[in-house]
Design a binder for this molecule. Structure first.
Ligand code: SF4
Length: 335
């Protein structure tokens, strides 16, 4: 069960000292770490460089890694539903592209932020995922044969409200001895939790940031994303500018286009004014129909052209995974 996977909570150094504490030489920790994160082999008995006697001893010290999941294959993406020991479902999605595979990872069961267009927020918040449960999503994708080139914390939940576990999982997946995913290949998606962005800065983690913007004025943004009441656009943009300056990492502003809500010429003007003087990148996202009353905008091309004309960095995101409820705002961990 996912909640018992204690070995997955250790980074390489911690695992070495656990091994030594339990009477194993440190080099065996390296072998085990490599088996888990490089080859996605999670059963000590199947680690051929570990003797049967050692495998038996290890399984007396560490709980077994049982990855319990179901797979749904779509036209382009593959979704995995992992079952937690306390019977929740958490979802992750592999999104292949010509530049390699991206894994979209969940960080909480549900979400407390209740953005109006999002399925995850509708079910409310249940609990934070442990770092082991976050890392497990990577191992499931690997166990199913997918090499993972990038991690985006963009699945269920608000990563900056579970930052300690997200950073622990990031440092584990960043280990050279293991998965060796470079820091530049991680992206944290946030609704704009200002203290979380500041904490990222304090801790020195240089991750790409994707901020769910979805409106360029406080009134509309608060209607779509109630958290904007607490963290207003002006304050958010001050902190984003600091982050960009201190880390040189790319800042993307996600903007889902909703018919008649945030897709008018006035919205374009406000958006241009908001990003003036920054090099932030705007990513326009087609809305995936969910159970909400919102509809996808027909104005995507017009919106895009006008932003380009105003010399704003802008791209249109292809919406992947809509056929298996794996696209942005559609993950809800239904079991
Ligand atoms: S869009 Fe993100 S932050 Fe908003 S409710 Fe959904 S999961 Fe939470």
């Amino acid at each position: 069960m996912i909640g018992m996977l204690k070995i997955l909570e250790y980074n390489f150094k911690e695992l070495q000292s656990e091994f030594v504490k339990n009477g194993f030489p440190a080099y065996k920790a390296k072998q085990v770490f490599e088996w888990i994160y490089q080859k996605a082999v999670t059963d000590f008995v199947k680690m051929t460089s570990i003797s049967f006697a050692d495998a038996k001893k290890l399984s007396e010290v560490f709980a077994p890694i049982n990855l319990d999941y179901e797979r749904t294959t779509g036209n382009t993406s593959v979704k995995f539903l992992l079952n937690t020991t306390d019977d929740f479902g958490i979802e992750c999605v592999v999104i292949p592209s010509k530049n390699g595979n991206t894994l979209c990872v969940s960080t909480q069961v549900g979400c407390a932020l209740k953005c109006g267009f999002c399925e995850t927020g509708k079910g409310g918040f249940k609990r934070d995922l442990t770092s082991a449960e976050i890392v497990s999503q990577y191992l499931v994708a690997r166990a199913e044969g997918y090499e993972i080139d990038r991690i985006v914390y963009m699945g269920m939940g608000e990563p900056l409200l579970n930052l300690d576990n997200v950073l622990k999982a990031t440092s584990i997946l960043n280990e050279e001895t293991g998965a060796n995913i470079g820091m530049r290949r991680f992206t944290v998606s946030t609704a704009g939790i200002i203290p979380g962005i500041k904490k990222l800065l304090e801790k020195g983690f240089k991750l790409n940031l994707a901020v769910s913007l979805h409106a360029a004025n406080d009134g509309l943004r608060t209607k779509l994303m109630p958290i904007n009441e607490k963290y207003r656009l002006n304050d958010l943009f001050v902190v984003l500018a600091e982050y960009r300056e201190a880390t040189s990492r790319r800042i993307t502003l996600e903007y889902v286009l909703l018919d008649g809500v945030n897709d008018t010429d006035r919205d374009i003007e406000q958006l241009v004014a908001l990003v003036k003087g920054t090099d932030f990148h705007i990513n326009l996202i087609p809305y995936n129909t969910t159970s909400s009353s919102f509809k996808a905008s027909k104005n995507m091309d017009r919106f895009f052209d006008k932003l380009e004309k105003a010399k704003v960095n802008v791209t249109k995101r292809r919406s992947e995974g809509g056929d298996i409820s794996a696209a942005c705002g559609m993950l809800f961990g239904k079991k």
